[in-house]
Design a protein around this ligand. Structure first.
Ligand code: SAH
Ligand code: MG
Length: 225
């Protein structure tokens, strides 16, 4: 055994997906049908979903906030790991994504556990006035607001609560000196810089203890001290 990281070969990936995945027929169908409606294939991976479920169960989570619903893949996976009186509040600004997710949450029989908000995350957060603290915040939307979202969410999160941030590897570009994207994806360059800045900001934030998980496109975890 060496101290080197094991490469995830396609065979290992298949093994993980076969045995340690949160994806069932319903979630696979959600992805497939979403693609036909031109909803992008950018949800978390099946093993990330399983890991988020694991986290929620470990910390006894009841109240989760998600920024970035897309078609509801991650929200549905997380809601399934909560007790019957648990809740995922999920925020989505895109009309098509929002209405598709609404339909899928209903179809999944999870309308009582998942509350969808249609609009910009910042507007929801600025008007949040519940006195129930959050157990976990999953950030998976616009990268340039990660610091702002964390600042707003910190007082809303219980001690021992977790902030989980997807795409901590910046679509694989975290350490690429001059990241390049084609014309249609050029806007992603600023996301790369935003992710780099956020990772260092949260790592140096005395309110949190952090860890970077090499799963999917990188999952940054920060527990509130
Ligand atoms: N968490 C989802 C994937 C989210 S993809 C899953 O794993 O299934 C990112 C989503 O964030 C997109 O649907 C996009 O429309 C939404 N989004 C981007 N910026 C946003 C903002 N400022 N407020 C709310 N939603 C936003
Ligand atoms: Mg993501």
């Amino acid at each position: 055994m060496s101290a080197q990281r094991t490469e995830i070969t396609p065979e290992l990936d298949d093994y993980i997906n076969e045995h340690f995945s949160a994806e069932d027929e319903f979630l696979a169908g959600l992805k497939r049908q979403g693609l036909m409606l031109k909803i992008p294939d950018i949800q978390i991976t099946a093993d990330q979903a399983r890991f988020l479920q694991f986290l929620l169960i470990s910390i006894g989570a009841k109240r989760v906030l998600e920024i970035g619903t897309l078609g509801g893949y991650s929200a549905i996976a997380m809601a399934r790991a909560l007790p019957e009186d648990g809740k995922v509040i999920t925020l989505e600004s895109n009309n098509l994504h929002y209405s598709y997710a609404l339909e899928k949450v209903d179809e999944a029989g999870l309308s009582h556990k998942i509350e969808l908000f249609h609009g910009f995350a910042i507007d929801y957060l600025n008007s949040y006035n519940s006195n129930e603290l959050l157990d976990l915040v999953f950030m998976d939307a616009d990268k340039s607001n990660l610091i702002k979202y964390t600042e707003i969410c910190t007082p809303l999160l219980r001690k021992g609560g977790i902030i989980a941030v997807d795409n901590a590897f910046a679509l694989g570009n975290l350490t690429v000196e001059n990241p390049e994207f084609d014309e249609t994806h050029k806007h992603r360059i600023k996301d790369v810089y935003a992710v780099r800045e956020f990772n260092m900001w949260i790592k140096n934030n005395p309110n949190y203890f952090t860890s970077l998980l090499t799963i999917g496109d990188g999952l940054l975890l920060a527990v509130k001290l």
